[in-house]
Design a protein around this ligand. Structure first.
Ligand code: SF4
Length: 291
């Protein structure tokens, strides 16, 4: 039995948990390769050009896996915690893929991870104890405790505010991360922060009902007075990001903090992107010297 996991979207947060869960079940996992042009092109052919880049990317990964596995694993994360929802495209893509491909394992996660995963394990092994134990062992990988990072005063620091599935995917974010690093910047992302900061519901964050947008906003807020500039990377066609991104841009402007918003899609050219980044880096460095 082979189960395919697309290396995209939620994989960048829950991938270790899923790998462990299936391996405890005794099921072979086939992970799709890293995103490349061929995978993206496969995805472009499957969804409307209007949807965001990460959704196009995951469709390409599913296409890549389809003929190589017995099932593709595509969980539907509906909400976490206090009914903080995943974005509608992330929820709906499961149905869209399912229209033409029935060999999908699609647990529906509504905060509780146990039952939907237990049911997947049961369907694959017909062994309730094995499924129960696989979940119990794998859930170790669901712990995301982090400590607050250091902010050394002698190095330039940049906050990259974007979804984990953008920053974790080299095909999407490599040039951005590499350009900041090449210029000596320390990089801070929301994944460097503990849940106590990311899940804060005070102030404007409490009004955001999308789980990952609330995390992004809280990370932005936390970093704002601790680092030298913020680069907000959003996907063209992403409603939640464009709304919250505007609030961030407004706040950064009010507080006179360097802020760059990059809107990316499959047509984003490397040369233009790097030119914009270098201009921003120049500005941030001048501000550091002036202060
Ligand atoms: S939050 Fe935005 S980038 Fe992420 S899946 Fe939804 S629409 Fe796409």
């Amino acid at each position: 039995m082979k189960v395919g996991i697309p290396r995209a979207l939620l994989y960048y947060r829950y991938g270790n948990f899923w790998n462990r869960f299936f391996s405890e079940l005794g099921v072979e996992v086939i992970l799709s390769p890293k995103t490349d042009k061929t995978i993206l092109e496969k995805g472009l052919g499957k969804v409307s050009s209007e949807v965001c880049l990460p959704i196009k990317v995951i469709c390409g990964h599913i296409e890549e896996l389809k003929d190589k596995v017995d099932f593709v694993f595509l969980p539907r994360l509906v909400y976490l915690g206090d009914k903080l929802y995943a974005c509608p495209k992330m929820i709906g893509i499961v149905d869209i893929v399912g229209l033409n491909f029935s060999a999908l394992l699609r647990p529906k996660i509504k905060n509780d991870f146990f039952l939907p995963h237990f049911q997947v394990g049961l369907a694959l092994t017909h062994n309730p104890m094995k499924s129960f134990l696989a979940y119990q062992r794998a859930k170790e990988e669901l712990k995301f405790s982090k400590t607050i990072p250091d902010f050394p005063s002698d190095q330039p620091k940049i906050g990259l505010i974007s979804h984990f599935y953008n920053l974790g995917d080299d095909f999407i974010a490599h040039d951005i991360i590499a350009t900041f690093r090449k210029n000596g910047f320390l990089i801070y992302t929301k994944e460097d922060l503990p849940p106590t900061i990311l899940e804060n519901s005070k102030g404007f964050a409490g009004k955001i009902r999308w789980i990952y947008e609330r995390e992004l906003y809280n990370a932005f807020n936390y970093y704002l007075d601790k680092i030298d500039g913020i680069c907000n990377i959003i996907s063209f066609g992403c409603g939640p990001d464009s709304l919250v991104g505007e609030i961030m841009a407004d706040k950064a402007k009010t507080l006179n903090r360097p802020f760059l918003q990059l809107i990316i899609d499959e047509h984003t050219g490397r040369a233009g992107l790097i030119t914009r980044l270098e201009a921003f880096i120049e500005l941030v460095k001048k501000r550091i010297v002036a202060n």
